[in-house]
Design a protein around this ligand. Structure first.
Ligand code: ADP
Ligand code: ZN
Length: 599
């Protein structure tokens, strides 16, 4: 089935074990990162077991995408949701009763209605798959109350295996899924969290526009997402990127539904659209060839960061992320938590989450290690993040901290960073002279370091709570724990940021890693006329059918074709992603194209 329908040679990770377990009628909870290959875990049992498989999916877009992909593979699949006309619904229901269809995707609210449960009772059922199962959890960001009613399936259909799948795998969510879906005896399958093909980069926001343009230079002609914290910033950034010559489109909840749908559709169907969006965008986007994700503002938590960056590189090909953050970001987030009217217990959790995120952005060791350890997982230094590629030194910042802290103290703890830096750097501005701050013992004690370095030190001392920034006017005051530092009883280790070192955002010497090789190979093939021709052909076929190009073939398949240069159907059939139906449908076209380009 794997070879014939899906065109793959080997199962990945735990896929085989999961499929065996479900084929034997067992229940399962599958925790696997995005791009790990969750769909096959229920699609293959759905095809092997008699009867129809019911797949619960939270979003119409997600269902349609899956159904589209399955139909291209020659699989009998359909979706039942509010967008499907009545006549079509009746037809699908008839096929279900006769077992003339293999997979039916439904929204949870439809599934739990009495009429639908009654229909199911008349069908022979292969299995229930509950996709995006974390939607059952109240604590998660995607909570869907209807998911909590899915527990009834355990009682109504005790003999039908149920498999729940998600990429969100912290322990509270896991427990919520097991209890909420009543998966008492289910076997747990947990894959690692690592996304080795994603390169993580984090930079202090110095001049964001320049930083973005420099990042985008290496991603010409690729699709990506730029996340912003506010709708206004989304609009502004999309306009700016368009002026810079990119196909950039905005997406946020303030746009009307038509515009949002249109922009999302273009993102899916064109090849090089940059979606500038708030976090309202992303759930249900199955586009496998998102090549980069940029955060222009600090995300809410490491969970959110992992999810949002995880939308890049589902196809396993190299992808890159960039997070820009500033002192302002963290001041805003802290004060948002402080001023919200959630109970103190919840605030404590949110503060801890923010601290974990700040620990990640300020780390001087491997980003991937920091990220994975947050999720209770681990790895060796990865060679595919900014701190591995361009190592950052830590330095004993105790003396520098003392200078900055006493300068804030001496000036009366009521000025913003601009004035404090002027005093520290010994700049006799008019204001400094008026206030006689040039007479202070701290005047000019910071001349040994450039301004960028002081900015970086200030930011880090705020992260450490040694300095407090008043959110409205930005005045600096001393944190409670600063005394120990001023007395020399506590030493502080700080990171030396690239900009503070005067190095710009250098790319550094890339260590050779597996994904580095993949990147090199992808780039080689990018300039290849055959690969380019295959992409053009795919776009034409996609346009003609009104589907996204990746539904026809993934980039991984086109890359394999460009490299293997098949001359016969047998050659072509051996390549990943070329199953029987696609061979039948597109084989001739492809072989003719290969022949034409290479002769
Ligand atoms: P998830 O739902 O876990 O995010 P998908 O099921 O969409 O992941 O799979 C991610 C990608 O990996 C898809 O392009 C899929 O075709 C591919 N894939 C899945 N299983 C295999 C396999 N055994 N061999 C090769 N490619 C696979
Ligand atoms: Zn690393």
């Amino acid at each position: 089935m794997l070879r014939r329908v899906f065109g793959y040679d080997r199962f990945r990770g735990e896929q085989a074990a999961i499929i065996d377990h479900v084929l034997d009628g067992g229940d399962a909870l599958v925790l696997m990162p995005t791009g790990g290959g969750k769909s096959l875990c229920y699609q293959i049992p759905a095809l092997c077991r008699p009867g129809v498989a019911i797949v619960v999916s939270p979003l119409i877009a997600l269902m349609q995408d899956q159904v589209e992909q399955l139909r291209q593979l020659g699989v009998r699949a359909a979706a039942l949701n509010s967008a499907v006309p009545f006549g079509e619904v009746t037809r699908i229901e008839r096929q279900m009763r006769r077992s003339e269809i293999d997979l039916v995707y439904v929204a949870p609210e439809r599934l739990v209605t009495e009429p639908f449960l009654a229909l199911l009772a008349e069908c022979s059922l292969a299995l229930f798959a509950i996709d995006e199962a974390h939607c059952v959890s109240q604590w998660g960001h995607d909570f869907r109350p209807e998911y909590q009613q899915l527990g009834c399936l355990a009682e109504r259909f005790p003999d039908v295996p149920r498999i729940a799948l998600t990429a969100t795998a912290d322990l509270p969510t896991r427990d919520d899924i097991l209890t909420g879906l009543r998966l008492d005896g289910a076997r747990l399958f947990v894959a690692g969290f690592d996304r080795p093909n994603i390169r993580y980069r984090v930079q202090p926001k110095a001049s964001p526009k320049r930083q973005i343009l420099s990042f985008l230079k290496t991603h010409a002609g690729e699709a990506g997402i730029v996340y912003c914290a506010s709708r206004a910033k989304v609009d502004e950034t999309a306009v700016w990127l368009a002026e810079e010559g990119f196909s950039a489109l905005p997406y946020h909840a303030g746009l009307d539904a038509g515009t949002r749908a249109r922009n999302q559709d273009r993102f899916l169907k064109d090849e090089a659209v940059i979606m500038v969006a708030t976090i309202a965008f992303g759930m249900g986007i199955n586009k496998p060839d998102v090549r980069f994700v940029i955060h222009l503002d600090l995300p809410k938590s490491l969970e959110a960061y992992y999810q949002e960056t995880g939308r890049a590189g589902r196809d396993g090909l190299p992808a890159e992320t960039l997070l820009l953050y500033s002192l302002q970001d963290l001041v805003v987030q802290r004060s948002m938590i402080d001023q919200s009217d959630t109970p103190e217990r919840q605030k404590k959790i949110e503060r801890r989450k923010l601290e974990a995120l700040l620990g990640f952005v300020e780390t001087i060791s491997c980003r991937r290690q920091a990220l994975l350890s947050y999720f209770g997982d681990g790895c060796e230094p990865c060679g595919n993040c900014d701190t591995c590629l361009d190592p950052v030194e830590g330095f004993d910042g105790t003396q520098a901290a003392q200078k900055l802290l006493s300068c804030i103290y001496r000036t009366g703890q009521r000025f913003g960073s601009g004035h404090v830096f002027d005093v520290l750097m010994g700049k006799p501005t008019e204001r400094v002279r008026q206030l006689r701050h040039d007479q202070l013992p701290t005047f000019g004690v910071g001349r040994d370091l450039p301004l960028e370095a002081w900015r970086s030190i200030l930011r880090q001392l705020v992260v450490l709570d040694l300095i407090v920034v008043e959110p409205e006017f930005g005045s600096l005051s001393l944190g409670e724990d600063c005394r120990a530092v001023l007395r020399g009883e506590r030493r502080v280790t700080l990171r030396r940021d690239a900009l503070a070192r005067g190095k710009g955002e250098g790319r550094g010497a890339a260590r050779s890693s597996r994904s580095e090789q993949a990147r090199a190979s992808a780039q080689r093939t990018d300039g290849d006329p055959l690969f380019a021709a295959l992409r053009r052909w795919r776009m034409e076929r996609a346009k003609a059918q009104g589907v996204p190009p990746y539904v026809i073939f993934h980039d991984t398949t086109l890359l394999a074709i460009a490299e293997a240069r098949p001359t016969s159907e047998q050659d072509l059939a051996r390549l990943p992603g070329v199953g029987a139906a696609k061979l039948d449908r597109y084989g001739e076209d492809i072989l003719a194209l290969v022949d034409e380009v290479l002769s």
